[in-house]
Design a protein around this ligand. Structure first.
Ligand code: PGA
Length: 250
């Protein structure tokens, strides 16, 4: 199995001082987590301050989004090149809050993904079904549509550099975590789908994260599932102790 990736998505939270304190607390203990890769994704405006706080500690830096054009007249947007310039290695794309609140489509996620890969960032592409889609038995179909749409046109080499996060929308920020069986089922489907789209070797190399109310007390069971290669963590990533406890479970 790939080394687990334990990723914190801070969303639109923290002040600069809080972001620096959180990053410093994680960085101070990061050396103990040899079995997992740690990643923090603060808000854009704190990326540089967090990069400084991390220093040489083994904690990667990521952004929560990027624009789908590499540069130009796009007032207010942030390019993948700018993210690299301030020390990012990763970028989250197509988070459900962007898909559902801001109307991001698979086509837009696909454009962003290609720009991110071209620039050398590692994209974390989020997919996940709504509660009504799960209840209607459409989970597998929704995931298939999001994965094939978001990853359309990628070469096999590019595909190995992508991370996919399965985040059931009904589990994000709700405290309603997917059961280990529910997570395992979707992750197994994802692996199968990727083997079909590319080949089994590539499918095996793509890290599949679970996200949605991951906490220290449910992390070890989720991370023990065969095709779960890490976690994307919102709420619990805002407390250094909780984030590190999840990393320890990985
Ligand atoms: P949560 O968020 O851990 O607070 O549910 C997960 C996410 O949105 O990535």
């Amino acid at each position: 199995m790939a080394r687990p990736l334990i990723a914190g998505n801070w969303k639109m939270n923290t002040t600069q001082a809080e972001a620096v304190a959180l990053a410093s607390a994680i960085a101070a203990q990061a050396g103990q987590f040899e079995r997992a890769d740690l990643l923090v994704c603060p808000p854009y405006v704190y990326l540089s301050a967090v990069a400084t706080a991390i220093g040489d500690a083994p904690v990667a830096l990521g952004a929560q989004d990027a624009y789908h054009e590499p540069s130009g007249a796009f007032t207010g947007e942030i390019s993948t090149g700018m993210l690299l310039d301030v020390g990012c290695r990763y970028v989250i794309l197509g988070h459900s809050e962007r898909r559902h609140t801001l109307g991001e489509t698979n086509e837009i996620v696909n454009q962003k993904l290609k720009v991110a890969l071209q620039s050398g960032l590692i994209p974390i592409v989020c997919v996940g079904e709504l509660l009504e889609e799960r209840e209607a038995g459409r989970t597998a179909a929704v995931i298939r549509e999001q994965v094939t749409g978001s990853l359309a046109g990628l070469t096999t080499t590019d595909a190995t550099r992508v991370v996919i996060a399965y985040e059931p929308v009904w589990a994000i920020g709700t405290g309603k975590v997917a059961t280990p069986e529910q997570a395992a089922e979707v992750h197994a489907d994802l692996r199968k789908l990727l083997a079909e789209e590319y080949n089994p070797e590539v499918a095996g190399e793509i890290r599949l994260l679970y996200g949605g109310s991951v906490k220290p007390d449910n992390a070890s069971e989720l991370l023990a599932q065969e095709n779960v290669d890490g976690a994307l963590i919102g709420g619990a990533s805002l407390k250094a102790d909780d984030f590190l406890a999840i990393a320890a479970a990985g």
